[in-house]
Ligand binder design. Structure first.
Ligand code: ADP
Ligand code: 5GP
Length: 212
């Protein structure tokens, strides 16, 4: 069977990562989102269990000590973690597509543990447009917006250096189509379907792969 696909989406806050993750979830019927745990409070229309698992500092610390996170990071003053169970479940399910909406520290940590993961960095068209989107979203205070803008530059430099694919989110539909194309290309990678095709063409899993 085809391998599971781990798709890591990272971006400076406000670039449109959540919007694009939802676009991909609608376009790919089998896709599911890895729901992270965070110590920040819910904002806007966010729902417990759908957008995040919202916990207090003490509970987060207990989960860290219990080894429940594959990676965790402090982002903009709060802690965010990716559940080890979510990734283990994804890896057991052939042909599944799991989307991780996490920051560059988390993305790089997962990529180093699972090199087959595909990393996509989403960029705003400019820093001025990023600022306009953060303000337009209407969910963050001025102080939070300034913190996020300060962090954006170094996140962008790290994303440009370390990620597999770059998508500039200028027009939403075009950026969404780019993401769908990346998923489609990832599913054509030899590592994604080699085992399935070797079986279909009569080679047993134990027979040696041809050289070259
Ligand atoms: P992130 O998850 O990266 O912090 P969001 O998905 O919340 O960002 O997007 C930030 C704001 O920008 C939202 O108000 C969203 O509707 C808007 N937005 C997203 N993509 C675009 C785009 N291509 N053009 C204009 N506005 C956009
Ligand atoms: P926000 O508060 O805007 O939802 O998220 C802030 C940042 O934390 C975003 O860049 C988001 O992708 C990142 N983030 C969310 N969940 C996780 C996680 O589990 N691990 C890491 N490392 N970052 C996360």
């Amino acid at each position: 069977m085809a391998s599971p696909l781990l798709l890591i989406l990272s971006a400076p806050s406000g670039a449109g990562k959540t919007t694009l993750a939802r676009y991909l979830l609608a376009a790919e019927p089998d896709a599911r989102l890895s729901v992270s745990t965070t110590t920040r409070a819910p904002r806007g229309q966010e729902v417990e269990g759908r957008d995040y698992h919202f916990v207090g500092e003490a509970e987060f610390q207990r989960m860290v000590e219990g080894g429940e996170f594959l990676e965790w990071a402090r982002v903009h003053g709060f802690r965010y973690g990716t559940s080890r169970m979510v990734v283990e479940r994804a890896l057991r399910e052939a042909a599944s597509l799991t989307i991780f909406d996490i920051d560059v520290q988390g993305g790089s940590a997962i990529k180093s543990q699972f090199p087959q993961a595909v990393t996509v960095f989403i960029l705003p068209p400019s820093l001025a447009e990023l600022e306009a989107r953060l303000r337009g979203r209407g969910t963050d205070s001025e102080e939070v917006i300034q913190l996020r803008l300060e962090a954006a530059r170094s996140e962008i430099l790290r994303g440009l250096a370390e990620y597999d694919y770059l998508v500039v989110n200028r027009v939403l539909e075009e950026a969404g189509a780019d993401l769908s194309a990346i998923v489609r290309a990832a599913r054509c990678r030899a590592t994604y379907m080699r085992d399935e095709l070797r079986e279909a063409f009569g080679a047993s899993r134990s027979s040696p792969a041809p050289r070259g």
